[in-house]
Design a protein around this ligand. Sequence first.
Ligand code: PLP
Length: 405
Amino acid sequence: MNVENTVITSDLSSLPTPYYLLDETAIVANMQIIARLCELSGAKALLALKCFATWGVFDVMQPYLHGTTSSSLNEVRLGYETFGNNSDANNSDKKETHAYSVAYSADEIDEVLSYADKIIFNSISQLHAFKDKAHAQDIPVGLRLNPKTSNSSFIIADPARPFSRLGEHDKDKIAAVLGDITGVMIHNNCENDSFEAFSASLADIEDRFGDILAQLEWVSLGGGIHFIAPSYPLEKLADRLKGFSEKYGVQVYLEPGEASIHGAGTLVTTVLDTMHNDKNLAVVDASIEAHMLDLLIYRESAPITSVNAESVEVLPVEQVQQDAADNTIIYGRSCLAGDIFGEYALAHELQVGDTVAFGNAAGYTMVKKNWFNGVNMPAIVIRRLDGSIDVQREFDYQDYKASLS
Ligand SMILES: *Cc1c(COP(=O)(O)O)cnc(C)c1O
């Protein structure tokens, strides 16, 4: 099921907004694509928890993925506790819990290792500081490489930006520590929907690091490959990954974040006020700064997936004429002047009380939500595979207060 078809059912109409609505059927559709890619290529897929960590839906994701990967102590612990199947270490279906962080502190490393099946260090100095502890427990150790090329259209999200701290790039220095590691991680894609661009960048990596790769057991190629798009040539990607894996004799890992949950979440809001200032304005009971922060960081607009319970309209952002005087700008309720969900050409003017649902609200939303302006945090609501609705989590004043002192 595609998010564009999401209809606010009568079950939901009684729920107070705002809430994130997650659709398990849509998640499973993505999972099936990932599982097929893994089957065809031999790669293993780990959910990147930094993108999506709503563990209330992990039961439907677990059968399709090989585990989780993390960017902090809290994430690796969450992966271990909620995705791990760790009760039985001999279970062949045991999930892998990968640990990575831009920088570990000395006082957390023991706990990190207690959850980790593999640990990836960001730098050679971190590797030297902590490798002995990992080796003593037979935990495979990896190093993040920085290939100095990337597929990211935003400098803020570009791991290969000038002076980047994300991974080691000097081949001689890396070669000198090969005895300490069995694998590497390279993450240099960001919503890259071009197979050709991915393949070319992998070729760059092979040129730069080929003889290093040949001495390893595993290579993680990170996330950011938008193979979930219906038009993506999945078989070509699988062939490329399989060839790579065979050429260097390595197990390939992928770390899909956005691809795992793309199209599976909406943020459902209610119009609180309407105004007019050269254009139609509407204010909803959520905020991009607090609840869909990436819209602010990347200056993007949220797709609207539905307006009102009855009339479902799909308005791809690219079809909106920004200069049309009868357009509606939908604002968030924080006091940030630019708290804007987007500008839309709507068939009907919005009225106070209308429901507006924004798409692409699963990844990098719930993991980033905050209490700016004290705006009420959206509940997390799950539409289960059988169609039933679970209000998984609600937040209230006590959560707000507890987060501050
Ligand atoms: C962010 C990140 C991912 C997930 O990226 P997506 O674009 O959400 O697929 C995977 N691995 C690493 C190391 C990351 O930093």
